[in-house]
Design a protein. Structure first.
Lengths: 579, 339
């Protein structure tokens, strides 16, 4: 067990060291906004239609941003409104490109049928289609998939478009009733593709929800393919059914799987860029299409997030982006740390006082729990962008109490077993068996709180839940893999095994009474000298005793003993007993 | 306290025993009064003093400052509104951002003046605006929802583990008492309710249930074969369990409260208001009350809920009967004896 613990710590250290060498992680935990400062962005929400924003919409905007920011980790961002018009987002550190994109992500999402596709690069000027040969509409377009939408102007634009080197300038938002020439940016898996798309058929606001999962095969078994599920609302379901009915014709007419008619595809367009253009393999009548094909877990999640968050009718424009300093001075952190250290020192003193040499086991266990937590925070800061706020630091200090409790429960159980008259080795064994149940049951409560709050709550509460869960797990690891194995080893040493008076496990100090004292008599709690009762009162006394509760009997005994002690002319035993 | 382990021994064997279960009516009465006060006092005081994070507030922006010393801004606000907890930050080089609770127009003007002087800037370089809450209704809603789910699941978990819903109920009542009193004391302190304080309450909540589970596990152990024993009644077994875990309860409470107390009295004492003070006050009160609520409320309540059960009432009769016999024997022997 001790070896395994060493392996865990070594592995975590190695991971962190690897990350540090690669330049991505750091040995120090990342700090949150209040301690480190970060970036403050002022966002202006833009509502479809361009009218002013209402208070309701502003609150919705805050909720959208919070979802987007929290979705990308547990960084404890601060989101607020300003002057009843803008949304202010403060993020710790410098936000990653993805985070920024996510915050800004426009709500202008829609579904358009594909009319034509092409390789991403611009067609060289020399080989472009001459004006005479450009496709000319022969009639008014009958539906959105009709190639009569492609006018010479649009085709020229399509050929000239360079998706490999997209221009950065923001263009005017496209007209949903007109065709659109645009790109699907290059990804890890595929080069950039350009499209001519028909007019918008289904709007993003028709998406009710979206999720991602491993695809199920024909037999219902889980396959290795990731899939993204969309669920439309009623209006979306009806429209999407019409679209897929049309697109499926192109699909089957084009030869099914091997077909290459681009018109079987519909494009999911976000902010006028194609994020995915799946083919319609069936007519979807229930409004629950599933998109599959070449997703990784990340890309499936990304698309699902985009679908979900993009479906809201508000977009944001970053008005200003500025560095912001920590709101709490370094002094707060230093004082907090100092106070925490003093508190820790008091804990050390107290546990040494209470548990003598065993106190060192507590202290060592706390140190190891601390190391584990520190490593976990540093690693999670790197992988999950977990950041430590001052409240988090305080939470960790408080966790000392709950971590130490596992040891206290355990040690008290061992002492109880010693009091029953067991030897130390078997006391450790039996005490552990009982303490283990208690520790597991009580930590389960903490873990439950952590898991539920992490998944349900947002903002600071989420960060808190994370810290709570982290310390509970560190505590379990330590008590199972360090404290208990250490005690098993120590129980075999002479110092502890023979119950040295400084070991904290001295049977004599613990008032151990041998479990068996011959004739099958097992010691019971009542096993103590019964007070001498004068003969003439015996009957009444017995009657009275029967009616007394335990506590009352004790009291009566004490009084009696005190009386006797006074008679004997010594009050020593009385004062000791009555304390 | 040198004899703490002796104390522990006596509690363990039952030689020393505090009657937590027997006097439960007193404890319940005390708790009832405390809870009632905890509800009434904040109402009488006009509700909790919610911080800027919940209510929104005023924000001043001072541009082209000569110095970025945040204490100047704090002082400028505190000179006008005593006891305010302004949040001062430096934004993009030479701009200071000062946020504080909602102000009246008059206060806004005064603080504006103060900031102008403090940072040595001209009038039009200080602007003020209103900021909304960072902890809005949606955050509260999600937190409460999470809390409700957690409490529900915890109740089910405890009922399954302990095989009786009565333990769940007792534990939840103990937790509720803890929460009310902690909130009441916090309201009494007049500290602003900040997200840190809320985090503190959540920690207290989980600590309170955690502490109860530890004690209840001992009760479960002691009462698991109660039907086969005539040594003690159910209520007495519960009381013994509380006594046997008393040393653990005290030790755990002391260990948990030492660092919190250090932060509260040393850290906050030196620093004044802020995250640390709010959080540690909630925790300090909560840990004390939570430990006490387990011992005085949750466990005695459990004994009270169960002891009326027919099986346990019969068992209590058997115990009484056995004791009467033993006493009669002693009496007939009529000599001092060790039983």
């Amino acid at each position: 067990m001790l070896v395994w613990l060493g392996v865990i710590i070594a592995a975590m250290t190695a991971v962190l060291a690897g990350g540090t060498i690669a330049g991505q992680a750091s040995w120090a935990p990342k700090l949150a906004l209040d301690l480190e400062g970060g970036t403050q962005m002022i966002l202006a929400p833009k509502v479809e239609g361009g009218s002013g924003i209402t208070e309701d919409q502003l609150n919705q905007a805050v909720a959208i941003i919070r979802q987007r920011v929290d979705g990308s980790g547990v960084a404890e961002a601060e989101i607020s409104t300003q002057s009843g018009r803008n949304v202010v987002v403060s993020l710790p550190g410098t936000p990653a490109k993805e985070t920024r994109a996510l915050i800004q992500a426009s709500a202008d999402m829609n579904f358009r049928p594909v009319l034509q596709t092409g390789a991403g690069a611009a067609v060289p000027a020399a080989s472009r289609t001459p004006d005479a040969k450009l496709p000319k509409p022969t009639a008014a377009p009958a539906n959105s998939s009709d190639q009569n939408w492609i006018t010479p102007a649009i085709y020229k634009q399509f050929e000239a478009l360079d998706c490999d080197h997209p221009s950065q300038d923001k263009q005017q938002r496209s007209d949903p009733a007109k065709p659109l020439v645009t790109c699907e940016p290059a990804s890890a898996k595929s080069p950039a593709i350009k499209y001519i798309l028909g007019p918008v058929e289904v709007k993003g606001s028709n998406i009710k929800s979206s999720s991602f999962q491993l695809q199920r095969g024909a037999q219902g078994a889980v396959t290795n393919e990731w899939a993204v599920n969309i669920q439309f609302d009623d209006a979306g379901t009806t429209k999407f059914k019409e679209v897929t009915q049309r697109l499926y014709q192109f699909y089957s007419a084009g030869g099914g799987q091997t077909g290459s008619d681009p018109r079987a595809q519909f494009a999911i367009v976000l902010d006028d860029q194609v994020i995915s253009a799946p083919r319609s393999l069936a007519v979807i009548t229930d409004g629950r299409p599933q998109i599959t094909g070449g997703f990784t877990e990340e890309s499936a999640k990304a698309l699902s997030d985009q679908l979900r968050f993009g479906a809201l009718p508000i977009s944001f424009e970053i008005q200003s982006e500025q560095q912001i300093s920590a709101t709490l001075g370094g002094e707060q952190l230093r004082m907090g740390m100092l106070a925490g250290l003093i508190g820790l020192l008091l804990v050390v003193v107290y546990s040494l006082f209470q548990y003598r040499a065993l106190g060192f086991v507590t202290v060592a266990s706390l140190v190891i729990a601390g190391v584990l937590t520190f490593l976990a925070i540093a690693i999670l800061g790197w992988t999950e962008n977990y950041r430590l706020s001052l409240a988090g630091v305080a939470g960790l200090i408080v966790a000392i109490g709950q971590t130490a409790d596992s040891f206290i429960v355990y040690f008290e159980r061992i002492r109880d077993e010693l009091r029953e008259g067991r030897g130390l080795v078997s006391a450790v064994q039996n005490g552990w068996k009982r303490a283990k149940r208690t520790i597991l049951a009580s930590k389960a409560v903490n873990l439950l709180a952590a898991v539920v709050l992490f998944f349900v709550a947002v903002g600071n509460v989420r960060g808190f839940a994370f810290t709570l869960g982290l310390t509970a797990i560190a505590d379990l690891i330590v008590v199972f893999m360090f404290t208990h194995p250490t005690l098993q080893l120590l129980a075999r040493t002479k110092f502890f095994g023979e119950g040295h008076r400084f070991s904290g496990l001295d049977p004599k100090r613990l008032g151990a009474v041998p479990l068996y004292r011959g004739a099958g008599r097992v010691r019971t709690p009542e096993d103590k000298p019964v007070a001498v009762v004068r003969a003439k009162n015996t009957g009444a006394a017995a009657e009275a005793e029967r009616r007394m509760t335990i506590a009352e009997r004790r009291l009566a005994e004490k009084q009696e003993q005190a009386q006797q002690a006074q008679l004997a002319g010594s009050s020593k035993s009385a004062s000791k007993e009555g304390k | 306290m040198v004899n703490f382990s002796t104390f522990g021994n006596e509690l363990y064997t039952g030689k020393r025993s505090y009657d937590f279960v027997g006097y439960r009516k007193i404890w319940f009465l005390v708790a009832g009064i405390a809870v009632a006060l905890s509800i009434l006092i904040p109402i009488a005081k006009g509700g909790f003093n919610l911080g800027i994070e919940f209510r929104g507030g005023s924000e001043f922006t001072v541009s082209n400052v000569r110095t970025t010393d945040s204490s100047l801004g704090e002082k400028a606000v505190k000179d006008v509104v005593a006891g305010a907890v302004p949040r001062v930050a430096n934004v993009a080089g030479t701009t200071m951002r000062i946020q504080t609770d909602k102000l009246t127009d008059d206060q806004t003007l005064q603080i504006k003046e103060g900031l102008t002087k403090a940072y040595g800037v001209t009038d039009n370089e200080v602007t003020s605006t209103f900021v909304g809450p960072t902890w809005g209704a949606d955050v509260t809603k999600q937190a409460l929802l999470g809390l409700a789910i957690f409490v529900g699941l915890a109740a089910v978990l405890m009922a399954l583990y302990f095989r009786t819903w009565k333990m769940s109920l007792s534990a939840l009542v103990g937790m509720a008492v803890t929460m009310f009193i902690t909130a009441g004391v916090y309201g009494l302190s007049d500290f602003e309710v900040t997200p840190s304080a809320i985090i503190g309450f959540l920690t207290v909540l989980s600590y309170s249930l955690y502490d109860t589970v530890v004690v209840f596990d001992k009760i479960r152990e002691n009462t698991s074969d109660i039907q086969a024993s005539t040594r003690r009644t159910f209520a007495e077994e519960v009381n013994l369990a509380i006594n046997q875990t008393l040393v653990r309860s005290i030790n755990t409470m002391v260990v948990a409260i030492l660092p919190v107390g250090a932060i509260l009295f040393i850290g906050a004492g030196l620093l004044g208001a802020g995250t640390l003070r709010d959080l540690s006050l909630a925790l300090f009160v909560g840990i004390l009350v939570g430990t006490a609520a387990t011992i005085f409320i949750a466990a005695p309540l459990y004994a009270a809920l169960r002891q009326g059960e027919p099986d346990l009432a019969k068992q209590a009769k058997r115990v009484e009967h056995r004791r009467a016999e033993a006493a009669a024997k002693t009496a007939s022997a009529a000599t001092p004896a060790t039983a």
